[in-house]
Design a protein around this ligand. Structure first.
Ligand code: GLU
Length: 337
């Protein structure tokens, strides 16, 4: 989705919500003071990512599917554009959001109290609904910047992503794996991924990292401009995968981006997008969301090419934190567990 189309979608979504006279004046559960009056069961928000990523589409797809059953559940699901995985996990844990899309590596780190959660410790309230699409750690570079391997990033201006993103950590891992220190060897920007394509086209950065499903609006935008760009292979990742088992090899199909100057698929590594929630979110809310996702998989698969390969089986793989009781109730009922 282009940035403009994405904004349009957001405006339509918000306008639709207001027009539909959603319960309690369009406030989210937390804004309604849900804590003192008991958890709200009529409204849930999914934290996603930037408008040119795939999380925003995934959140929109889930909300569309669940809202179609409003008469049955009396549950209105909306989406919020955010900085990404780290922001979403923290917002779900603090009760500001009911659901969030988050990378499987970030889910694992939060559950175990690693990386961004090292000081806070294991996040025991983190719960899983299911896994979603595959995401690849993607490095996009301008042809004129002479970047053909990750080592060529030395001295270059690179957007690694904002601190709320999941991809910032993957970029740092990829750089370290190639012997580069992100603070001293490159000129690192830490801006939101939604800005990256324009910054690259305007000549203000030489390359950017984004851990994301394919195809996506960011890379459609980045490859459609006058400055020619290509995907840079991230190889020699065997040690990285050994060290961090949540990583797996993947590739970016050439055919998805006809305007990129690559002549073949680009090898890299990746993670999975997952849908997470908190133990504090009521079971019936999570049950409804889980059931509708799993029982409308055909619809979901048709809403984005990155969802085409989703199956009930692979949506239960790649998770570290425990499943939410509401999700478990559905999985048992459906014979999936
Ligand atoms: N994986 C990215 C992150 O967690 C977001 C990708 C997307 O929005 O599709 O920050």
């Amino acid at each position: 989705m282009s940035r403009i189309a994405g904004k349009f979608f957001l405006v339509v979504l918000v306008a639709g919500l207001v027009l539909s006279g959603c319960s309690k004046g369009g406030q989210s559960a937390s804004e309604q003071g849900g804590k003192s009056s008991g958890p709200d069961r009529s409204f849930a928000t999914i934290g996603t990512g930037g408008l040119t990523g795939v999380y925003y589409v995934a959140g929109g797809a889930v909300s569309k599917i669940v809202n179609a059953k409003y008469d049955q559940y009396k549950l209105k699901v909306t989406v919020e554009s955010t900085g990404g995985s780290v922001f979403n996990i923290n917002a779900v844990l603090s009760g500001d959001l009911e659901f969030g899309v988050a990378q499987s590596d970030r889910q694992s780190q939060a559950w175990k109290g690693e990386a961004e959660w090292q000081d806070k410790g294991p996040q025991k309230d983190l719960r899983v609904v299911c896994a979603l699409h595959a995401e690849s750690v993607t490095l996009v570079a301008a042809d004129d910047a002479s970047i053909n391997s990750i080592g060529d990033l030395k001295g270059k201006r690179v957007n690694i992503g904002d601190p709320g993103s999941g991809n910032r950590g993957n970029a740092i891992d990829a750089l370290e794996n190639a012997g580069l220190n992100w603070e001293t060897d490159i000129k690192a920007e830490q801006l939101k991924a939604v800005e990256s394509a324009k910054l690259l086209q305007d000549g203000r950065i030489d390359a950017y990292f984004y851990t994301v499903g394919h195809p996506n609006g960011s890379m459609m935008e980045a490859t459609a401009g006058t400055r020619k760009v290509h995907f840079v292979p991230i190889d020699n990742v065997d040690n990285l995968i050994k060290k961090f088992p949540y990583y797996a090899k993947s590739f970016i199909p050439k055919k998805l981006y006809p305007n990129a100057t690559n002549t073949s698929d680009t090898p890299t590594y990746g993670v999975k997008a997952t849908l997470i929630t908190s133990a504090k979110v009521p079971d019936d809310v999570v049950y409804a969301v889980t059931k509708e996702i799993f029982e409308n998989l055909d619809t979901l698969r048709g809403l984005h090419p990155a969802f085409e390969t989703l199956t009930k089986e692979n949506m239960l793989e790649g998770n570290t934190a425990p499943y939410h009781d509401g999700a478990m109730k559905y999985f048992k009922e459906a014979g999936l567990m």
